[in-house]
Design a protein around this ligand. Structure first.
Ligand SMILES: N[C@@H](CCC(=O)N[C@@H](CS)C(=O)NCC(=O)O)C(=O)O
Length: 218
């Protein structure tokens, strides 16, 4: 049985949703990032990069969102994890690569500035600069999504891995101090995705919430 190492709300949501869309039988192993479990000797023995997601299938150990999504798409060709035919497939892979190498990387600078600088002023600057960049990228992504009220998804009439990544990036906007509702098309798409009956177990396992809990006012 396939096993997915995931962290609630992290980018591992993308393969997690892909597995569920495929109707796959899989096992989950939670990695508590806030407790630093990704740096434990046990986890580093599985993924020396110290990050989720990791998918294990027999003797295959696959990390990196793009590699895991491509693997699942290959294993479950009927699931629509990525579009099958051109030019839709190339367009989807372009967007997936941009979400992962562009937007995701921008967010890493906001959420983990200590990975990019040690000086306090430099870290503060990195955070501010990348928050503005992330906001601009979210507007770009918003423009790529179907209009509010549409029943279409990012690549077709079927939800796919890209819709899960868009949802993840939107959730992170809240962690970056932006309002998820400022990106109405992604917001509508993400809410539709999270309401899909075939994703109910994923949403429950991740305790998925699109918006951060409101801060106490007093
Ligand atoms: N390029 C990697 C990025 C993975 C990544 O950023 N994972 C995050 C969660 S979204 C993580 O495990 N962070 C913990 C850390 O870096 O210490 C991929 O595509 O899988």
């Amino acid at each position: 049985m396939m096993k997915l190492f995931f962290a609630p709300g992290a980018c591992s949501f993308v393969p997690h949703v892909s597995l569920a869309l495929a109707g796959a039988t899989y096992e989950l192993q939670m990695v508590k990032l806030h407790k630093g479990e990704q740096g434990s000797p046990e986890f580093l023995a599985i993924n020396p990069r110290g990050q989720v997601p990791v998918l294990i299938d027999d003797d295959r150990v696959i990390d990196q969102v793009v590699a895991v999504v491509l693997y699942l798409d290959e294993q479950f060709p009927e699931a629509g994890i990525l579009p099958k035919t051109q030019p839709a497939r190339s367009r989807a892979l372009t967007t997936l690569a941009w979400m992962n190498g562009g937007m995701h990387a921008t967010f890493a600078h906001i959420f983990m500035p200590h990975k990019f600088a040690s000086d306090a002023d430099a870290k503060a600057h990195i955070k501010i600069h990348n928050t503005a960049l992330f906001e601009a990228q979210l507007h770009q992504l918003d423009a790529m999504c179907p209009a509010v009220g549409s029943d279409q998804w990012l690549t077709s009439s079927q939800p796919c891995a890209l819709d899960a990544y868009a949802t993840t990036l939107l959730r992170w906007s809240g962690l970056a101090g932006l309002s998820p509702q400022a990106f109405p098309r992604i917001y509508a798409l993400a809410n539709r995705l999270l309401a899909l009956p075939q994703l109910a177990e994923v949403v429950a396992a991740e305790r998925y919430q699109l918006e951060p809990a409101p801060r106490p006012t007093a």
